[in-house]
Design a protein around this ligand. Structure first.
Ligand SMILES: [Zn+2]
Length: 357
């Protein structure tokens, strides 16, 4: 008996199933509902005739099955070399824990998920039309603040580049909303590609903060060319090799570069408001990133905890949704910080950009 196998106890006389279980990755039996067809990829099915063997005997065979499955699992782990094991740990902490935990998930309106990542929130648990409800609605924090920002920058006649910064957050917000709502691969790209393109654009904007906007010359042409090449190159490679770690890596590097640029600017600005905005933005973003990791690594524990607390508190344990809220607002405050810095450079009054929410 191996992980993934179905184990069915049948009542041969009546021709009905008594109970249905399957062996999960840890070698434990998990109960499947009788009469409901398992959506997991099936390997082997072991059937027990209740009348012939008796319930007790079946129970013993079940227990033996657990031992066999555990032995297979342990042997398989020992076969890996040390390097492979380290790689497995990184992979499982980032991706496979949420993926593995989706075994008992339902399917809904959008069908079987085709995205390369399935997050910790159980699919179609609350609504038939929304795969991950809390991960979906939390994206409003990446939609409402940038809409406010666009309205504010138009009203106060700020540089056009802030319009594009807010627009990128908005596109990522809608992309992420569509991704978590459907869990379809196309929607995943709608979320992940603008994340990289938008951060490339921000790196460019941060490099030209001190440039005179009235001048017709395009500043920093070489960096612009490099960032356009990175954006196109990443899209081509990612479409050919849809490995989420590649996206996480590229996005992470670009965020680190923009962070370094911001620290350099903060030292030059000598503006107390800008400094405060920068600290708030970074604290919000990093706290969100911490929750993103907690959601991936401790998915199983959080889910168990969620099942034990009152229903109205359960949505608050969706750590990926909190990541959207903190990171979404953190990125918005970051654009406010660039805007405030720019007003200092131009000699305008500071404190002009408004907080949004
Ligand atoms: Zn997300």
């Amino acid at each position: 008996m191996r992980p993934g196998d179905d184990v069915i106890a049948i009542d041969a006389k009546r021709g009905v199933e008594r109970s249905r279980s399957y062996v999960n990755g840890d070698g434990h039996f998990r109960q499947s509902s009788v009469g409901i067809r398992s959506k997991r990829k099936k390997t082997n099915t072991t059937r027990f005739d209740v009348d012939k063997l008796g319930e007790e005997s079946i129970l013993q065979q079940f227990q033996q099955g657990i031992k066999d499955a555990l032995n297979i699992h342990t042997n398989r782990l020992e076969e890996h070399s040390e390097v492979q094991t380290a790689w497995e740990i990184i992979k499982s902490s980032v991706l496979e824990i949420p993926m593995a935990f989706q075994e008992s998930n339902n399917t809904g309106y959008w069908g079987k998920p085709t995205a390369t990542i399935d997050w910790c929130e159980k699919n179609y648990e609350v609504n038939y039309y929304v795969a991950e409800l809390w991960n979906t609605i939390s994206n409003l924090m990446m939609i409402i603040p940038p809409l406010w920002g666009i309205w504010d920058m138009k009203k106060q006649k700020f540089a056009q580049r802030f319009f594009f910064c807010y627009s990128f957050i908005l596109v990522v917000g809608f992309g992420s909303l569509a991704f978590h709502m459907t869990l379809l691969y196309e929607m995943q790209l709608f979320d992940e590609l603008p994340m990289v393109w938008g951060t490339c654009y921000c790196v460019y904007c941060l490099s030209i903060v001190k440039h005179d906007m009235k001048s017709k010359i395009v500043p920093n042409k070489l960096l612009l060319l490099i960032l356009i090449t990175i954006s196109i190159g990443f899209a081509i490679i990612y479409l050919a090799w849809p490995q989420p770690l590649l996206q996480h890596f590229c996005y992470g590097i670009l965020v680190a570069i923009s962070l370094a640029q911001e620290i350099k600017l903060i030292l030059e600005f000598k503006c107390a408001v800008c400094k405060r905005m920068f600290i708030v933005a970074i604290a919000l973003y990093l706290f969100g990133f911490f929750l993103w990791n907690i959601d991936n690594i401790l998915c199983k524990n959080i889910t168990t905890l969620r099942e034990q607390i009152p229903m109205f508190l359960q949505p608050f344990t969706q750590m990926h949704a909190w990541w959207h809220i903190f990171a979404g607002y953190g990125v918005y405050v970051q654009v406010l910080f660039w805007n405030a810095g720019n007003t200092v450079m131009e000699g305008r009054e500071t404190g002009v950009p408004t907080i949004g929410i």
